[in-house]
Design a protein. Structure first.
Length: 348
């Protein structure tokens, strides 16, 4: 007990003689006595080791010392704080000058590309439709003509939330589910695009991610043909990448379109010379498309003998890669401020 008492007596005498002359001395006092590893904290730690009898006596003394230290510190803090404030108020200021401006950020590159794509298709009469990111089996697979043995229904390709026969719930693998909901709840003609985030169980690399962003399109009316599809997408590419961008269509397969195709454009990064983005072919696939399968129309309550239509879908990351010459799509989700600052000049 005597050791703690001696320290308190010593510091009490020091406290009485403490007469600071500046705000810095007040701060030094705080750092010495009041911080987590300061003198007061150490005294209380040492206090824990004394006997119960000694605690009855020392507790009152130690608490009194603590209150004295805090009161003295607060007194000096107010004194020097008021002095500094009065000094600042005496400085001549022109209150008519404008205040400092706000730092304005920029849109994320994916938001910029999405907005540009939406604006292009809006000029063609397409509206924007959205739907839930958590989907059931019917809207995500069955209504879109996916057979039961299709690999997309496997856990290795899809993030399932609940998997039970006939009533699977999963994170949507495409925004095609929004097309089904639109056809179920309305009547043709339909002309809409469906932007949104989708999820697939894929290994993350420079060319793939487990989540990404899509824009899909749907046009259903009487007499819609594959020629309408080709001309619509050709116009879209010229608007987005500039006139003269080469386009080619390759036969492909999708469960929900027949016939189906994949559309390539000349690589905007290497200008057709060959690079890792285009796998040294000079061409990059940007979207899949095709005529809506009659089964999909019938599943959604639309007469396939009266109406035809086309659908297409593209990954926004792939479009942004080519537009801004970004070779690694992982950059879009890493939140590296050095990368994002390149787009701060864009208007919000």
């Amino acid at each position: 007990m005597s050791n703690i008492q001696e320290k308190i007596d010593h510091y009490t005498a020091e406290l009485k003689n403490w007469k600071p002359t500046s705000a810095q001395e007040v701060e030094d006092f705080r750092l010495r006595f009041l911080v987590a590893k300061g003198i007061l904290k150490n005294l209380f730690e040492e206090f824990k080791g004394v006997s119960n009898e000694e605690k009855r006596v020392l507790g009152k003394v130690l608490n009194g010392f603590k209150q004295a230290v805090e009161a003295r510190f607060n007194e000096m803090k107010v004194k020097f704080g008021e002095t500094q404030l009065s000094t600042k108020q005496n400085v001549s200021q022109d209150l008519t000058l404008p205040g400092p401006g706000f730092t304005i950020g920029g849109r994320h590159p994916l938001s910029l590309v999405r907005k540009e794509i939406v604006e292009i298709f809006k000029k063609l009469g397409f509206i924007v439709a959205e739907g839930p990111e958590i989907e059931d089996d019917w809207h995500n697979f069955t209504a879109l003509n996916f057979p039961e043995e299709h690999p997309a229904r496997d856990m290795q390709d899809t993030f399932f939330i609940r998997k039970q026969q006939g009533n699977d719930i999963a994170l949507r693998t495409h925004t095609s589910s929004v097309q089904v909901r639109m056809m179920e709840n309305g009547k043709p003609p339909f002309r809409a695009i469906m932007p949104g985030r989708v999820y697939r169980n894929e290994a993350i690399s420079a060319r793939a991610h487990c989540f990404f962003h899509q824009i899909e399109g749907l046009y259903i009316d009487e007499g819609v043909s594959f020629a309408d599809l080709k001309q619509t997408l050709f116009h879209f590419v010229q608007e987005l990448y500039g006139e003269g961008t080469k386009v080619r269509f390759r036969p492909s397969y999708f469960p929900f379109t027949e016939p189906s195709a994949e559309m390539d454009i000349s690589c905007t990064i290497c200008k057709g010379a060959g690079c890792n983005m285009c796998k040294y072919t000079g061409w990059v696939e940007i979207l899949g498309c095709g005529m809506v399968d009659p089964n999909v129309l019938e599943n959604s309550g639309i007469d396939s003998k009266k109406y035809t239509g086309f659908a297409f879908g593209m990954g926004i990351e792939r479009i942004a890669n080519l537009k801004y010459e970004i070779k690694d799509l992982r950059l879009f989700s890493e939140n590296d401020i050095r990368f994002l600052r390149q787009f701060e000049t864009e208007i919000i």
